[in-house]
Each structure stands twice: as C-alpha cells, then as structure tokens.
Design a protein around this ligand. Structure first.
Ligand code: SF4
Ligand code: SF4
Ligand code: SF4
Length: 447
C-alpha cells in the first residue's frame, strides 16, 4: 500500500446529517451572542464557535482527576503528549471526516484522528520539507503524497500561510484545529487542479469531491469553541453521539455539566471557611455578570437538551451571593481553574487542568489577566482573604476592566491570533463591570 493510499483510505460514506447547530443564549458575562466570533461565523455560517492552564495544586474538594467523571480510567495519563505532522495532514483529517464522519478505519490518518479526539491538548508540531532559513525544521519528503515534491511543498506552505503560522510551529491540537476550521473553507484552491499549467500539478483527486468542505461543516457544528455557545453545542454533540460521529474537539456533555454544577457548588460552600479557591481575574468576571443582572438560582431546565435558558457556565453568581450574605466567607487566589468555581464551565478542561475558552486561547489570555490583577492588587497566588475585603481592594484599585482584560498590542482583530477574544478586543470598560461595581459597592457598604 502506498503512502497516498494510507492517507486516503476511507469508507466513502455520505456525510452525517448532524449539521443542525442552533444559536443559543447569549453569554451572560460578555452580553454577546458569542464570546468569540470567528471568521466563519462572522460570515454567516450557521455554526458557532468558545479558555488551558498550567497544572496547579489541586483544589480542596476536587475529584482526583479534576473532573467528576465516573470513568476515571479513561483520563489520559499524560495531558501533554506530542505529535509531529505535515500541515496538509490536518486538511486530510477533515477530508476523511467528510468522507466518513465516523473516522478513518486504517492508514496514517487513523492514529492522528484518534489521538486528537482522545486528547485535543496534544502538542502538534507542523513540519514541512523546506530548505533555506526554515531548513532547521525540515520534515524531508518521507510523508509526501504522490503528486510530486513541488506540489507537496506548495500545499504545506499554502496551509501554513492560511493559518498565519510559520513552519515548525507547535500548538495544542485544539487551537490548530479550531484555527483550521476558521481559516480554510475549501481545499479546491490548495489541493486541486484549478489553474494548474500541466499534468504535473493536477493535484489530489479528492479536492473537488466536497469531502473537506463537508467534514469542516460537521466539525464546526460539534467542536468545543466558545463557552457562550457551549450548552447548545453540548446538546448537538449529545444528539450526534448515537451516530458514531467523530468529534475532534469534544465538548463536555450536558450530563457531565449538570453533575459538575451540583458537586462543585457543594464543594464551594464547604470551602468557605478555609478559602474557596478562585482563579484571580474571574473575580472581575463575577462583577461583569452581576452588572449584567445574573442572579442565582440556576434555571431548573438549564441542563436539558433543548433548553434555551441563559445562565453563566460557572459558579460565580453563587460566589457573589455568598460574599454578600456571609462576611466570613474566605477566598484563596489560585492558579488554574479550580473545581469549586470553574467546575461546571464548559471552558474548563479537566485533563490539562485549565481554561480552554475561546478556541483554547483562554489558556494564554486568562493566565496573563490573572497575573495583571495580582500585580495591581499587590497579592500573590496562595493569598487568602475575606471575600468582602478582597472586593474592597478590587473596587478601590480597579475602576475599569481595561488594565486587566484588554490586549491592545497585536492583532486584536485577527481571529487567528492566539491572543484574541472579545474582552481583549474591547477598547472601553465593560459596561457590566461599571454597573456591577457600583451596585456591589453599595450592597457591601463601600459606596
Ligand atoms: S483533497 Fe487535499 S485534504 Fe483532501 S485528501 Fe486530498 S490532499 Fe488531503
Ligand atoms: S471584561 Fe474582563 S472581567 Fe469582564 S467578563 Fe471580560 S474578561 Fe471577565
Ligand atoms: S474555565 Fe474558569 S476561567 Fe475559564 S472561562 Fe470557565 S469560568 Fe472562566
């Protein structure tokens, strides 16, 4: 069997009929329909898109694997495995999943699809067969398909150009796949014969079959992207799961989210005397939610497959309520995404122990926000304060979200930047923060 046959092995089934993603409730934090509007979504596709962290000390009441999953044995032992791919192989993954949404049955693509869907945090390095200044990362021609060396080089560079990434780049698969979904809508102009001046450039016979486009549409409707859309996305996943469809970046299930809500809230209340572990910057997000009018309790029908209920994914509304009611409640500033507050958020990834919000970008943006906040407050990870005193300090020193949340440098309008999210893009203080800060200062007797 040739390498090309390996890559192209597929059952040739028609694509699944699970493209019915629906728009869901707006994100209660950002007051937007989506926390992140991707290139694809901005152009009117009916699919939508949603923050990793470094490992931190486990939260006090946190389940051993950082997630209330009964099947703990299924959790990956190594949260950061690695894999090296040629850029075009990422395209071929989607092509294969368009040809057969249940996945490759054999060949080179099967272990790639299996690994990414089993652990989307896998660190993927994209290497090409190049010389000159990028010769340091060269892959050589070993995994070339039969269309010829020049064709293979051009196809790899075309993919990297669309992704706006250099050869040799390493990123978590979840970011690469999500960026691919946004950046490359069709492979006809990358892999096909259009415009080719000779037989030598005729390209891949699958380029005009629509497999890639179909696979992309299916994955866009199912992959974990932004938490504002996470509930409806989880619902779509539930509905698709019976069909055996492979989901490259699987969202958490509705059932798991419902269980996490109950168990993590109980853990939060239990920790109120010793210190509820909280990721620092989300203390500000709690104010944004409060200013946006979010109040407990969580609607009864939230965790049902067809729910249209709008409620934030995390336990921040309940944390604010606790601080208002119980002056003794204590908060411990903690790295990562502690179970007690982030536990039920669809943007929390148990395997990496961190935030995967906004295509995975939250693993960067939110860690920097945490550190910016600590610097302004003059505090450090591990500090534990009375909730009211902590908020007194926050309200004194942080009149606006801009100093903590904004990323004025870089490509804020560029959806392919790993530093992009809607809060970072904003050039004004979040109006919900302004309102929530005023209201909470009054309630806490600080006005
Ligand atoms: S058309 Fe492109 S993406 Fe699809 S199988 Fe061929 S080389 Fe891979
Ligand atoms: S503006 Fe900042 S504090 Fe408010 S929701 Fe966005 S990230 Fe959180
Ligand atoms: S996991 Fe935590 S930090 Fe990340 S989006 Fe959810 S609540 Fe925010």
């Amino acid at each position: 069997m040739t390498r090309a046959e390996f890559l192209r092995l597929g059952a040739g089934l028609a694509a699944g009929s699970i493209l019915g993603a629906r728009l869901g409730p707006p994100c209660a934090v950002c007051a937007e329909t989506n926390c992140f509007m991707s290139l694809a979504e901005a152009e009117g596709q009916n699919q939508t898109g949603s923050a990793p962290r470094q490992a931190s000390e486990p939260s006090q009441q946190e389940p051993a694997v950082n997630q209330p999953e009964p099947g703990k044995a299924n959790q990956p032992a190594d949260p950061w495995p690695t894999m090296t791919l040629r850029p075009y192989q990422l395209l071929c993954v989607l092509c294969t999943l368009g040809e057969d949404p249940t996945g490759a049955k054999a060949g080179r693509l099967k272990p790639i699809i299996d690994q990414i869907s089993r652990n989307p945090n896998t660190a993927v390095t994209l290497r090409c067969n190049l010389r000159e200044v990028f010769g340091f990362q060269t892959s050589g021609p070993d995994e070339d398909t039969p269309e010829g060396s020049d064709f293979n080089k051009k196809r790899d560079l075309d993919v990297l150009y669309r992704l706006q990434m250099p050869p040799g780049v390493t990123l978590p698969a979840r970011i690469l796949v999500n960026h691919l979904l946004d950046a490359i809508r069709t492979v006809r102009d990358i892999c096909g014969a259009d415009g080719a001046g000779s037989e030598a450039w005729k390209g891949c016979p699958k380029a005009d079959k629509g497999y890639y486009e179909k696979g992309r549409a299916i994955q866009l409707s199912l992959c974990e992207r932004a938490c504002g859309m996470a509930y409806p996305r989880a619902c779509v996943k539930e509905k698709a799961s019976g069909k055996g469809t492979v989901v490259l970046i699987p969202p958490r299930s509705v059932e798991e989210l419902a269980r996490a809500k109950k168990e993590s809230l109980a853990a939060m209340y239990r920790a109120k005397k010793t210190g509820i572990p909280v990721k620092p910057h989300i203390l500000l997000c709690a104010v944004c939610q409060y200013g946006g009018g979010v109040r407990p309790p969580c609607p009864d029908d939230l965790y049902t497959l067809d729910s249209q209920a709008s409620y934030p994914c995390d336990n921040l509304p309940e944390l604010v309520e606790l601080v208002l009611k119980d002056p003794e409640a204590r908060i411990r500033l903690t790295e990562g995404t502690p179970w007690e507050v982030c536990g039920p958020c669809p943007g929390r990834d148990a395997a990496a122990g961190g935030c995967i919000h906004v295509l995975g970008h939250g693993g960067l943006t939110n860690q920097l926000r945490d550190l910016r906040l600590l610097r302004i407050l003059g505090l450090r990870f591990g500090d534990t304060l009375n909730g009211r005193e902590l908020y007194r300090l926050i309200f004194q020193r942080i009149p606006s979200t801009l100093a903590v949340c904004r990323f004025p440098l870089g490509a804020q309008e560029d959806a392919l930047s790993v530093w992009t999210d809607s809060c970072g893009r904003s050039e004004v203080n979040n109006p919900n923060y302004e309102k929530g800060r005023k209201e909470l200062m009054q309630k806490l007797g600080m006005a």
